[in-house]
Design a protein around this ligand. Structure first.
Ligand SMILES: Nc1ncnc2c1ncn2[C@@H]1O[C@H](COP(=O)(O)OP(=O)(O)OP(=O)(O)O)[C@@H](O)[C@H]1O
Length: 923
């Protein structure tokens, strides 16, 4: 309603449709016309009339009985008040043969007024349509049944049954109109060619005429049925019909009278047809309308749908009075006026009763629509819930990824290649009786290219690719998951050969619980069961391959992994140095750089140990963004370096300003780390040390190359001890150089403790505990609830961990005490420059006394004793070169002369200690 009011053109359009519909309707009476009751009623009124005056008025005077004039006279206070049409306009609605009733002249006039209103502001063509529609309505009228229903609505109010009927009748009328219009147009077009043929009888006019006729009719139908009969149109049409009728006929449809008025005016005159007691307190009077109309045409009671009513105190008293009155009039008991009883609720009450139910249903519909609409599924509200959400990619248009775009992971590619050749040439396998593997699980850390590999498989084999995430099967409604799985596999079977890729399959494929507490996982488990069943359901010749990706292959249900389901498990780990190089090669193709590509790839891959493919892609993109921000022409090494730092440490926190004391503490802390990294043989080589706060919460950081840039898989005890000592160096340096210590080392302690605990409980590196593995809480739920060792063992573990950490501490303290001066120098330099790189360190401390491993020296230059002997300084274009000369302090630097020239011996006491320890630890 609100929409209609807000948009007058809607009302206009709807009324036009309706009016056209009404006016163009074919005269098809679907039901026989109502029984001609008037005759019978008239007879009765004659029979029981005690004062049978003609037309209810005094024969001589032609007036209503005294005191009841107001019931007949429109001018009296009780009259309907609607202006009376002139005498000539008083024709009652008449019914024609076709089941349509004509409008009375008054009604026609009222309609004209309405139409005038509707036409205002309308385009001329629409106004013409409306005029034409009005003419048709005037000519043909409205269908009887529709009119009767509208009368009922006026008399007794709207009810769901009547609303439905009103709707049905209006739509029926509209449909009939459409049919009629089609026929009319068709007839007229049929006439045209006839005329044409008559005028110009061509030779082609005979043969194909019949077939042509049918085609024309269907064309016509298409044209005419452009009028849309959708739900909202019908509703609006019905509503407008009702509105119009309310405008045409008087709005008043009932009036209260007293018992005396009832008796004198109607009852005693035999005009009463029946009485209906409503809700035990009101009586509705049904009159013989025709008799009333013929006696008193001015009375509103002559209008269809108008009723008088009077109130009663009690039903018994009313019945007694009616009996007495009828006895007085001498009406025999067999012909007495029928009295019936009705209970009626108001619309408001009905609405109140149904309100909560309607609200509830509405809320469910709304929620389900949102749930399904949000994902863009467009799957039709609650009824589309069970439809699969898998996105289908067309190999021809959508999947452009090929194996060449997936760098590294050669083993994984070889494994998966088999699926490609199966999908391309199934015959080779089938003829030898080989069963085709059903699917593979690609597992590995996030961003390692599992999805990419699955896409490439589809791209290479040139088949459709269905991609869906495990979480999309899970919905709040029970049974949706399994039904989506069924739908997905059914779709896939229709489009064989194809690949289904279920990403994050652990969302549904987790191992089923042995006992389910509270049944919370039932839905997930039944989804998993459905997947198991569907995979079993393939026959071996069906070319549907299911690939699944997960970061947690360890938690998956064993049933998923058995042969015949996901036959293969392909592990994809973070790339090695060589893999990173290849991935950089793929992504560097997209950026503009003038650096030597081979060298750039090598350096970047050495700088990014532990990076996944996604990290590398991000890093390259980030470098391009940084370069663009600086309006550079090409992406340079420094941009890549900044990007890597950003990926590792987060954004620089420029807003965080440290006090001079804090800055000094941070410098000495970081210098401690740097010195340890420089002098411990097995520590990871230092790349950079910085005291610029970064987003990850660190106030400063020292960057090392784990494993010296080589892909170290194993760590030996020496490396561990050096690493732990290096980690503790921040706090030790604070202890040596300041009177008090700060809270800044807590993260270092965390790392050291975890490493020492692992050495004792997992790696068999403690004599007292021996070669035993104790799982921790993150590995097993049982270990969370109960420690897997006794109190006594717990105490021993604690002691051992403490001992190892103490040893690392002593090792570190020993070195930093011996190298106190160097720590001071590095810290002061750091304080003034904020960032020191490897070249700065070489300049301050001389070349590192130990050989670096792997490709480190190739890409980052030396500083090693060997290089120093060969007279090679660090690579002048090395990473993070701060512009200082390779072998001496930069001009303006506060380094004392003589430092930074040539290698230095590591601390002698440290050697002694390491030797002793190696004996004790059988290193
Ligand atoms: N081997 C690779 N070669 C080239 N690009 C890669 C490689 N691995 C990852 N990438 C890049 O990383 C992006 C993300 O990879 P992908 O989505 O395949 O990771 P994933 O392993 O499926 O991650 P997740 O486990 O989080 O779903 C790719 O779009 C691609 O740009």
């Amino acid at each position: 309603m609100a929409t209609i009011l807000r948009r007058p053109q809607n009302l206009a359009r709807s009324s036009r449709q309706l009016l056209e519909a009404a006016s163009l309707s074919q005269t098809l009476a679907r039901r026989p016309a109502a029984l001609p009751r008037p005759l019978y009623a008239y007879a009765r009124s004659r029979k029981y009339a005690t004062q049978p005056e003609q037309n209810g008025k005094d024969k001589e005077t032609g007036k209503a009985p005294k005191g009841t004039e107001h019931l007949y006279n429109q001018d009296s206070p009780m009259s309907s008040g609607s202006p009376q049409p002139p005498d000539g306009d008083k024709k009652p609605p008449s019914e024609d043969q076709s089941g349509y009733t004509k409008l009375s002249t008054g009604e026609e006039k009222a309609l004209e007024d309405v139409f005038k209103l509707v036409k205002k502001g309308m385009p001329a063509s629409m106004a013409e349509d409306i005029d034409r529609a009005l003419e048709r309505i005037k000519k043909e009228g409205l269908p009887v049944e529709l009119r009767e229903t509208i009368k009922e609505v006026q008399a007794e109010g709207m009810s769901p049954a009547r609303a439905a009927k009103l709707w049905r009748l209006t739509t029926q009328m509209a449909r009939e109109t459409a049919e009629k219009t089609i026929n009319e147009k068709f007839e007229s077009q049929k006439e045209e060619p006839k005329q044409k043929t008559a005028e110009n009888p061509g030779p082609k006019s005979s043969g194909k005429e019949e077939g042509g006729k049918d085609k024309k009719k269907s064309d016509m139908f298409t044209n005419v049925t452009e009028i849309k009969f959708d739900l909202s149109n019908f509703l609006v049409s019905a509503f407008v019909a009702y509105l119009l009728y309310r405008l045409v006929v008087p709005t008043e449809n009932s009036r209260e009278i007293t018992w005396q008025e009832f008796r004198n005016t109607f009852f005693d005159k035999g005009l009463v047809e029946k009485l209906v007691v409503i809700n035990g307190n009101r009586v509705r009077v049904y009159l013989h309308r025709e008799s009333v109309a013929s006696m008193y045409p001015e009375s509103p009671a002559a209008n269809p749908g108008f009723y008088y009513y009077f109130s009663i105190g009690s039903v018994e008293a009313f019945e007694r009075r009616v009996d007495e009155a009828q006895s007085e009039l001498g009406i025999p008991s067999s012909e007495r006026i029928p009295v019936s009883y009705h209970e009626e609720g108001s619309w408001f009450n009905t609405l109140l009763a149904f309100g909560p139910t309607i609200l509830f249903i509405g809320a469910i519909m709304y929620l389900s629509r949102r749930a399904s609409g949000g994902a863009g599924g467009g799957s039709g509200g609650i009824f589309g819930m069970g439809k699969s959400r898998a996105k289908k990619f067309n190999h021809e248009t959508d999947i452009k990824v090929k194996f060449a775009d997936v760098a590294g992971m050669d083993e994984a590619k070889t494994e998966i290649m088999e699926f490609v050749s199966f999908l391309k040439e199934p015959g080779i396998y089938q003829k030898l009786g080989a069963k085709i593997p059903r699917g593979a699980i690609l597992s590995g850390p996030p961003g390692t290219g599992k999805t990419l590999l699955a896409k490439a498989t589809a791209g290479e084999s040139g088949v459709p690719f269905y991609s869906v995430s495990g979480s999309e099967f899970v919905e709040m409604f029970v049974g949706v998951g399994p039904s989506r799985v069924r739908d997905l596999f059914a779709n896939a079977r229709k489009n064989t050969p194809c690949i289904i890729f279920i990403d994050e399959i652990d969302a549904i494929g987790k191992a089923r619980a042995k006992q389910s507490f509270g049944g919370g996982n039932d839905e997930r488990e039944s989804t998993l069961n459905q997947i198991l069943t569907e995979m079993d359901g393939f026959n071996t010749s069906e070319q549907v391959v299911v690939l699944a990706g997960t970061n947690r292959a360890d938690v998956l249900d064993k049933a998923l992994m058995r042969p015949g389901r996901f036959d293969r498990q392909i592990q994809i780990d973070n790339p090695t140095m060589a893999g990173r190089k290849q991935i950089f090669a793929v992504h560097l193709k997209n950026v503009v750089t003038s650096e030597d590509l081979e060298n750039l790839k090598g350096r970047l891959s050495a700088l990014t140990p532990g990076f996944s493919g996604a990290d590398i892609a991000n890093c390259v993109n980030e470098a391009a963004l940084i370069a663009a921000r600086g309006l550079a022409d090409t992406v340079k090494m420094t941009h890549f370096e900044q990007a890597i730092e950003r990926v590792i440490g987060g954004l620089e926190k420029k807003s965080l300003v440290l006090s001079p004391e804090e800055k000094k503490t941070v410098s000495y802390h970081e210098a401690g780390h740097a010195i340890c990294g420089w002098y411990f043989q097995y520590a990871d080589p230092l790349l950079k040390v910085s005291i610029i706060p970064r987003g990850s919460g660190a106030l400063g950081y020292a960057q090392y190359l784990p494993g010296g840039g080589a892909d170290a898989v194993l760590l030996n005890m020496r490396q561990m001890m050096d690493r732990m000592a290096m980690t503790l160096a921040g706090r030790v340096s604070e202890e040596i150089h300041f009177e008090t210590v700060t809270s800044g080392a807590s993260d270092d302690f965390n790392k050291v403790t975890r490493m020492a605990t692992a050495m004792v409980t997992k790696w068999g590196m403690s004599d007292k505990i021996g070669y035993i593995y104790y799982p921790d809480g993150s590995e097993s739920q049982e270990a969370q609830l109960q420690k897997p060792f006794s109190e006594q063992t717990a105490r021993t573990i604690d002691e051992e961990v403490k001992r190892i950490v103490n040893e690392a501490y002593l090792q570190c303290r020993q070195l930093l005490t011996e190298k106190k001066k160097e720590v001071g120098l590095v810290a002061e330099e750091l304080l003034s420059k904020e960032v020191l790189n490897r070249n700065d360190m070489v300049r301050i401390l001389g070349p590192r006394p130990w050989e670096a491993k792997g490709d480190f020296e190739k890409y980052f230059g030396g500083g090693s004793p060997k290089q120093a002997e060969e007279g090679k300084g660090p690579n002048p274009g090395g990473i993070g070169d701060s512009g200082n000369g390779p072998n001496g302090p930069a001009p303006g630097s506060n380094l004392p002369p003589g430092l930074g020239r040539g290698p230095e011996e590591p601390a002698p006491t440290l050697y002694k200690m390491l030797e002793e320890r190696s004996k004790a630890w059988r290193m």
